[in-house]
Write a protein that binds this ligand. Structure first.
Ligand code: CA
Length: 621
């Protein structure tokens, strides 16, 4: 009996010694048969660098072992080009010590056709969601004691409200019926920050789902259920920075893991100058360029040094790991101009090499089309920069649409802003792969930007959903969520979706308690999105538009027999629109249908328009 006890104690001690050796191993697993088959494995554990790792396996070769200035990290490069599915053993030995151990590293089987997964494109309408504010399906995960922010308070705009991944999964029917074909939830990985952790952009563990949003299983389930409905899941990733609470920051892997590391360790934070044009400017000074790219985005978001090759590999693998694990239909990359731009080209290139039909959209918040277009694949850039990015975001057109609708009609103001904004498409290598949106999680709500005007909001949405673009709409736009109380306030922009919480008196999922205007907006958007879903003219048709005259602007999309004519009218009084100017479209004598009212008529001579607003007409009856 005594001996058994002693044995158990020794066994316990033995396990304990083993457990202390490796605290983290990342990526936690990989797959056989990947294009990326030179895998860099980061191992973290007390004094792990004092061990010599070996792999005794015929199909797997340990190519390189790298140490850094910190003995608690070890980086192994393994060649998996001949590897097969299953576990392989990594043996760790330390001279003169008895506590040698080994680790079983798993190589999973890839999903069939994983390589050829399709990303989003101009046939997609993406629903952007702030998960904390959409729907709370599981109140048991609202508070997680081991994390720093441990309360939820729906009255605090910057506090956590309890929304989660299951909340999105439970409402996929609604999203599908609205006519969306993809979802982009803002980041849901762990943000163990003291405050404002709800927004997700201060990640403190790049391999862990924030338990307040659910589990990795919940995330996979969301992807699977969405995919069953033909809805793609887009993941929001951040290569530029991490949250100050990231576990790396307590024990930095090397002397140059984050930018301005020495200053940070000396108690000083160097913030970026946000001069994003330094990426393109031929006259930019070195000091401006360095501060732009290496300065921290904000004080509690350490800026990653992608010139450190170990970190660069880590980040690329992390992105691929999530694509494969979640079966993603796209990536949205945050703050695209801020990381090292050569790294970003490699990053996007590595993902596209792994998944040739995939899509990535990068955020360049600029209203200058030249800057937006610079990042798009095949752009002919003067500095020779080659980007592997399929899509960047259309902030220029977003602003043009808002200005066009808010300004009075004169020769140089009003609808002409849309007309001339779209004319800038000649500067993009591939305009239909640029992403258009009326607003997003960082901007004032479109309804607020348009002065709380329902007609203008319909005009903006109907127009942008007809453009040769990938389209994205922020959750709650359909029920006119407003931040008019404090325009631009982030917490307010990310207001709770009505009906997402038990006991909500207004429920946008069921329509209960919605105002007349909210119902009108929701049904308008539903009609437009569902028409768009099957409209080849909108997905990939020819684009034609006519200079605004007398407060009317006409945009046409044409593919084979389908002609879609979008008429924006800013006149308050009834008008008779002479359609002879549009004869080159080929609509004369053809029957057209209003996609919202289903009213049908023959396109001839003049068109009576009795009120301000938008008409979307199609030849598809
Ligand atoms: Ca919850």
């Amino acid at each position: 009996m005594k001996e058994i006890k002693l044995f158990l104690i020794l066994l316990f001690l033995g396990l304990n010694v083993y457990a202390q050796k490796i605290d983290k191993i990342e990526p936690p697993y990989w797959w056989a048969d990947m294009n990326h088959n030179q895998l860099e494995i980061m191992i973290y554990g007390k004094d792990i660098a004092k061990y010599k790792p070996t792999i005794a396996n015929e199909t797997i070769q340990l190519v390189e072992v790298k140490n850094t200035e910190n003995d608690n990290y070890l980086f192994l490069t393994v060649d998996l080009s001949k590897a097969t599915v299953g576990n392989f053993k990594i043996d760790f030995a330390r001279a003169g010590k008895k506590n040698n151990f080994s680790y079983d590293y798993e190589l999973k089987q890839r999903k069939e056709n994983s390589k050829f997964r399709k990303g989003f494109d101009s046939s997609d309408a993406i629903y952007l969601i702030t998960p904390d504010r959409f729907a709370n399906a599981d109140t048991t995960n609202d508070v997680v004691k081991r994390l720093k922010e441990i309360k939820i308070n729906r009255k605090d705009d910057y506090g956590r409200h309890g929304g989660d991944l299951k909340g999105i999964t439970n409402h996929l029917n609604y999203i599908n019926e609205m006519g969306f074909t993809a979802i982009w939830p803002t980041p849901v990985l762990t943000n163990d920050m003291k405050e404002s952790s709800y927004h997700g952009y201060a990640m403190t563990d790049l391999y862990e789902v924030d338990p307040r949003f659910g589990t990795l299983e919940d995330y996979i389930t969301l992807s699977k259920k969405a995919s069953e409905k033909g809805i793609k899941l887009i993941m929001d990733q951040v290569e530029n920075h991490i949250g100050g609470g990231h576990w790396w920051m307590k024990d930095l892997p090397s002397n140059n893991w984050v930018n301005f590391q020495k200053e940070y360790l000396g108690g000083k934070t160097v913030i970026t100058n946000h001069r994003r044009t330094t990426n393109q400017d031929s006259y930019a000074s070195e000091i401006d360029k360095k501060l732009m790219s290496e300065g921290w985005f904000v004080a509690d978001m350490p800026d990653l040094n992608q010139n450190n090759q170990l970190l660069a590999n880590y980040l690329i693998q992390n992105s691929i790991w999530w694509v494969e694990t979640l079966d993603l239909g796209g990536i949205r990359q945050d703050t695209y101009p801020y990381p090292d731009k050569e790294f970003m080209s490699k990053w996007a290139g590595a993902i596209m090499a792994e998944y040739p039909n995939f899509s990535i959209v990068g955020e360049e918040w600029s209203t200058n089309p030249l800057l937006v277009g610079y990042w798009q694949k095949n752009a002919e850039n003067k500095d020779g920069y080659h980007s592997n990015l399929i899509s960047s975001m259309d902030f220029p057109m977003q602003k043009a649409i808002v200005d066009a609708l808010n300004e009075d009609e004169t020769w140089g103001t009003g609808l002409v802003k849309m007309y001339e904004g779209l004319a800038n498409d000649f500067s993009y290598s591939d305009p239909k792969n640029i992403m258009i949106f009326p607003d997003n999680h960082d901007m004032s709500r479109i309804y607020t930007q348009l002065g709380g005007n329902l007609t203008k909001t319909k005009m903006a949405l109907g127009y942008l959903l007809s453009l040769p673009r990938i389209s994205q709409i922020y959750y709650g736009t359909e029920v006119l969520i407003s931040d008019a109380k404090k325009p631009g306030d982030h917490g307010l922009i990310r207001t709770d979706f009505p009906g997402g919480w038990e006991g909500d008196t207004i429920n946008a999922f069921t329509g209960e308690g919605l105002s007349k205007n909210q119902i009108e907006m929701q049904s308008f958007l539903k009609q437009v999105l569902n028409y768009r879903k099957n409209s080849e003219a909108i997905h990939s048709g020819k684009t034609l538009h006519f200079g605004p005259e007398k407060g009317v602007y006409v945009l046409v999309r044409i593919k084979n027999d389908e002609i879609v004519a979008v008429i924006l009218n800013k006149n308050d009084k009834e008008i008779n629109l002479d359609v002879s100017r549009f004869s080159e479209v080929g609509l004369n004598g053809r029957k057209v249908k209003n996609i919202n009212t289903s009213e049908e008529f023959i396109w001839n001579n003049s068109l009576k328009i009795n009120k301000k607003g938008i008409l979307i007409l199609t030849t598809k009856l």
